[in-house]
Design a protein around this ligand. Structure first.
Ligand code: CP3
Length: 351
């Protein structure tokens, strides 16, 4: 590996500078991404064509000094493979043709076959690894069972999670049954990505933060724990680090760190130095600049990067990232300011 900063920081080994990447780094803010999506025709075809998924995965790496690549795909590939009929349209977002509405729908759900139904993802992983040729490590990912369940039940994005919370409070056992099937699927999915060549995995629990503390433990964290326990993580130098990210999960960092994961992703609401005090030596931390900061003047972006590096403090175990995905309106020139500032200010302990 030519650049192991990212994997070393995840395992809290020494690094020459803080590694940096960005959630949604391949996306609509890049004109070359929009051109490839145009060529594909639509977003899902882009995900399902390994050559094109590989092309967009590499695009941000050609522009910026990023320390990791993330597989270009989506968290909704699993419910799509379960037969819910996914479409993703500009301005509307993701939609399922056959959302999960009844007890029978839940009982009919089966764990998809990874090579038959999601083979296009594993083919993309193999192709990207070969094209990267050791330049930077490749991150694989999945949604958390809770987050996937909200999309499967609501039929798309939601503001208030009305149907999911109704099921949770009226028929909790049924929701648990759904979460069990999804947790098995996510475990198989991430293990298949690991077998195909991803070098770290991240679980996106985008909607865990809408739960009460008690419900977070039983409807979200419990299933992420099952996944962490079931992953083929390997040992020593071959260990595949696991990152858990619950957006809005700042209250629950200790419990998350106790799952045995290697790192926690942080949104921007918490001071990273405070988070570090709370989790101690248990895990590395990834984050956490507000993506909206990329609309600020360059000097303000640089100042914020310096602040976050200083707040984390000395020593390894920090992976710089945004607190959530970059949005389509961002000027690509701002990303260079952000990435370069992380390396400039963190090199040889200057901060
Ligand atoms: O980070 C990366 O660059 C890897 C690719 C990636 C995408 N989606 C590409 C994508 C990843 C890791 C995701 C995860 C994802 N997908 C999450 C969890 C992370 C998060 O942001 O909280 C969620 C909740 C989804 C579901 C989903 N897929 C949404 C809400 C949308 C956006 C719809 C919209 O129009 O804004 C998608 C589509 C999607 N996934 C796009 C991209 C680049 C945009 C689609 C397009 O090109 O039109």
């Amino acid at each position: 590996m030519k650049n192991s900063r990212f994997l070393n920081a995840l395992l809290r080994k020494p690094v020459d500078a803080t590694p940096v990447w960005m959630m949604r780094q391949a996306g609509r803010y890049l004109p070359e991404y929009r051109a490839t999506r145009e060529k594909a025709g639509d977003f899902l075809t882009l995900c399902k064509t390994p050559e094109l998924a590989c092309e967009v995965t590499l695009q941000p790496l050609d522009r910026y000094a990023l320390d990791a690549a993330i597989l270009f795909s989506d968290i909704l590939t699993i419910p799509d493979a379960m037969g819910l009929g996914l479409s993703v349209n500009e301005g509307i977002g993701p939609r399922f043709e056959r959302p999960v509405k009844t007890e029978q729908d839940i009982k009919n759900l089966a764990v998809p076959d990874m090579e038959d139904e999601l083979g296009y993802v594993m083919n993309a992983v193999r192709l990207i690894r070969s094209e990267l040729n050791g330049r930077v490590p490749l991150i694989g990912f999945s949604g958390s069972p809770w987050t996937l369940a909200t999309y499967m039940i609501e039929g798309g994005s939601s503001k208030d999670f009305r149907e999911t919370k109704t099921l949770m409070y009226q028929q909790p056992d049924l929701l648990h049954q759904l979460l069990e099937t999804v947790a098995h699927s996510v475990t198989d999915y991430l293990n298949a990505q690991i077998a195909a060549g991803v070098q770290a995995v991240m679980i996106f629990d985008t909607w865990g933060g809408v739960l009460t503390t008690r419900d977070y433990a039983s409807f979200s964290l419990r299933y992420m724990q099952q996944i962490v326990d079931g992953l083929n993580k390997g040992n020593g130098d071959d260990r595949i680090p696991v990152i858990l990210f619950t957006k809005g999960g700042g209250l629950w960092l200790e419990q998350m760190a106790d799952t045995g994961c290697d790192a926690l992703g942080l949104d921007w609401s918490i001071e990273i130095g405070e988070a570090r005090k709370r989790v101690g030596d248990k895990v590395a931390l990834q984050g956490n600049m507000d993506p909206a900061m990329l609309r600020a003047p360059n000097e303000r972006i640089r100042e914020e990067v310096k602040h976050i590096l200083n707040s984390y403090g000395e020593g390894s175990g920090h992976i710089f990232n945004l607190g959530h995905g970059i949005t389509p309106d961002i000027d690509p020139a701002k990303v260079e300011v952000y990435v370069d500032a992380v390396h400039e200010f963190s090199r040889r302990g200057c901060c």
